[in-house]
Design a protein. Structure first.
Lengths: 280, 322
């Protein structure tokens, strides 16, 4: 996997090749992220404590844990989104495609083109139509080819399981959609630039059960092409749609294993207490 | 049982009379009505004070250019022109500056510098108009005359806007001084509007790999554009009525010249300069009518802005309805 990836762009020149079809390679064993001794502080408060974890590629990894345990913060450390919050500090390293995300010559904007993100609350751009919302990332990258844009628009919306619902309304504003549709629109927007990883921060927590089910089905389909890391409060969701589960507690990684093992036979006492509802 | 009785007795202690609420509603209604009545009264007073001039000169007052109190000839066109052009110049100069400043203050500046810088800009609004005018006469105009205007003439002299003799006092000087005066209000309103853009919008753009400028463009400016338009209109309202500092630098010559180097005159300036000399009834009436025209232009500008804003929002909502 690592060898097949292009070298990480460290300059501002954008050379991501959007003409390439989605990679459809055999399941690689190399991890997508190699996190080593990662600690993170908000000011003086240590939010992530010395976490070491290998996030498998082309699999769904769920991150569970009680509120405030640092799971969203950890997710944001994987594409350097935490840097938008002032006075944060990181130690340790996150290896992605063989390079440390935190080495000084890595441009966070380039990182985020390869590691997409979906947020807890859907956030389509309100002044843009459905089509513009999906294509905004490609346009930022200078893609002007109409055919390619149209093709990518349909493909992304199909992959986000939204195409049949919006194909006649592509010019309508993104915010005219329902909550669940908006969230799938945001997923379409994230995958339109064909990142290698999708980070999802409680993507279904604001949705009704039916919309949640659609998002979960979508996650299962997307893992064929993407490495997915999903933060969730909902343990049924984690057990339904993830392959691996990491349990965080008070900023530390307590346990990381097969989802089946975590939910049937956890090694650590804290994990068991949490998944059986004794705390959190 | 005892606990259930408590709420009932509390309810009984407070009779159903909602006198307080109603009094409050009427009081606030009367106050807001008072503001509207004030505007109407001012308009009515201006109309009453100028009705002789209105009946005598009619439409000629707005369409002719001779302002000669001795011959009892009153044409307000150069003043209308001066007010509109100097205000638009001020907007052209101040809006980009203000929005750029607001972008820096909300999106780019290091946190510790934001508040001091914003306070400093608001301090500009605290400078009395007459002091700014003095600075305009003794500092800005000599500099414009010696450096800026000759350079502009050399670069853009082929357009009709930068031709003719350079006196210093001019329409452009008036526009610049107004721009300085409306800069703080536009900046602080624009800053509040950009601050109200949800962070989630910025994050959405950052997550797509956008640079700071791209985030500002697709997440902040497009989200805030209606509000920024409103900020500019607020500035325009101020610019149209600005009097003292403009009077001191615009040259006070009632003429209509394409060149921005030529002196001009504004509606507000002519009232300020001439009300003490208005010895005849008709002269005073003409000045009142000038006031009425200024009042009308200001209200018109605001109405137009509201209309424009409504069509902008309607466009967005009809796109929803389609």
């Amino acid at each position: 996997m690592i060898e097949t990836l292009p070298a990480m762009q460290t300059t501002r020149v954008r050379t991501v090749d959007f003409m390439q079809p989605l990679t459809d390679q055999p399941q690689p064993d190399a991890p997508a992220f190699g996190v080593k001794n990662l600690s993170m502080w908000y000011g003086a408060k240590e939010a992530i404590k010395n976490v070491t974890i290998d996030v498998p590629a082309k699999r769904v990894t769920a991150i569970i844990g009680p509120s405030g345990c640092g799971k969203s913060t950890f997710l944001r450390c994987l594409n350097r989104m935490h840097e938008l919050v002032p006075r944060t500090r990181v130690e340790g390293e996150v290896l992605f495609a063989g390079q440390n995300l935190y080495s000084p010559d890595v441009d966070p904007a380039m990182i985020r083109r390869r590691i997409g993100m979906v947020f807890q609350k859907s956030n389509p751009f309100p002044t843009m139509s459905i089509a513009e919302n999906v294509l905004v990332g490609l346009k930022l990258n200078g893609v002007r080819d109409r055919n390619l844009l149209n093709e990518r628009l349909e493909k992304s919306l199909r992959m986000a399981a939204l195409w049949s619902e919006v194909k006649d309304d592509l010019r309508k504003p993104g915010i005219s959609l329902s909550g669940g549709q908006q969230q799938r629109l945001c997923i379409a927007r994230a995958i339109a630039i064909e990142p290698e990883v999708l980070l999802m921060d409680e993507p279904a927590s604001a949705l009704d059960p039916i919309a949640t089910m659609k998002i979960e089905e979508l996650i299962t389909e997307l893992k064929a092409n993407y490495t997915i890391v999903i933060v969730t409060h909902n343990m049924q969701q984690a057990s339904r749609c993830s392959d691996f589960t990491a349990f965080f507690y008070m900023g530390a990684l307590i346990e990381f294993a097969n989802t089946a093992k975590i939910f049937s036979n956890p090694t650590r006492r804290q994990t068991e207490d949490y998944i059986t509802g004794r705390f959190g | 049982m005892a606990t259930a009785a408590v709420p009932t007795s509390v309810l009984q202690l407070r009779p159903a009379s909602r006198f307080g609420d109603r009094a409050f509603e009427w009081l606030t209604f009367a106050m807001s009505l008072g503001v509207v009545v004030l505007v109407i009264l001012v308009g009515w007073q201006l109309a009453r004070g100028s009705h002789l001039a209105i009946t005598k000169f009619g439409f000629h007052f707005l369409a002719t250019s001779t302002w000669d109190p001795v011959a009892e000839q009153y044409g307000a066109l150069p003043f209308i022109y001066g007010t509109v052009v100097s205000s638009l110049l001020a907007l052209i100069i101040a809006v980009p500056l203000s929005i750029a400043t607001a972008i820096y203050l909300t999106e780019l500046a290091p946190l510790w510098i934001r508040q001091p810088l914003a306070s400093g800009i608001e301090m500009l609004a605290a400078i009395p108009s007459v002091i700014l005018g003095l600075w305009g006469i003794f500092v800005m105009i000599p500099w414009l005359r010696a450096h800026a205007f000759p350079a502009l003439k050399a670069a853009l002299g082929w357009t009709p806007f930068f031709t003719g003799p350079i006196y210093g006092v001019s329409m452009l000087a008036g526009g610049i001084i107004i721009a300085i005066m409306i800069l703080p209000i536009i900046t602080s309103v624009a800053r509040e509007i950009m601050r109200s853009v949800p962070n989630l919008q910025r994050e959405a753009a950052y997550a797509l790999g956008a640079t700071k400028w791209e985030v500002t463009r697709i997440a902040v400016l497009s989200y805030a554009k209606n509000g920024l338009f409103g900020a500019a209109i607020l500035g325009l309202g101020r610019a149209l009525g600005e009097t003292m500092a403009v009077t001191m630098v615009i040259g006070n010559t009632p003429q209509i010249k394409a060149s921005l180097f030529a002196p001009g005159y504004t509606l507000a300036s002519v009232i300020a300069n001439e009300f003490t000399e208005a010895t005849t009834d008709m002269y005073l009436q003409a000045l009142f009518e000038i006031g009425l025209v200024l009042f009308g232009i200001t209200i018109l500008a605001n109405l137009l802005a509201q209309l424009l804003l409504k069509t902008m929002t309607r466009k967005m909502t009809t796109r929803v309805a389609q």
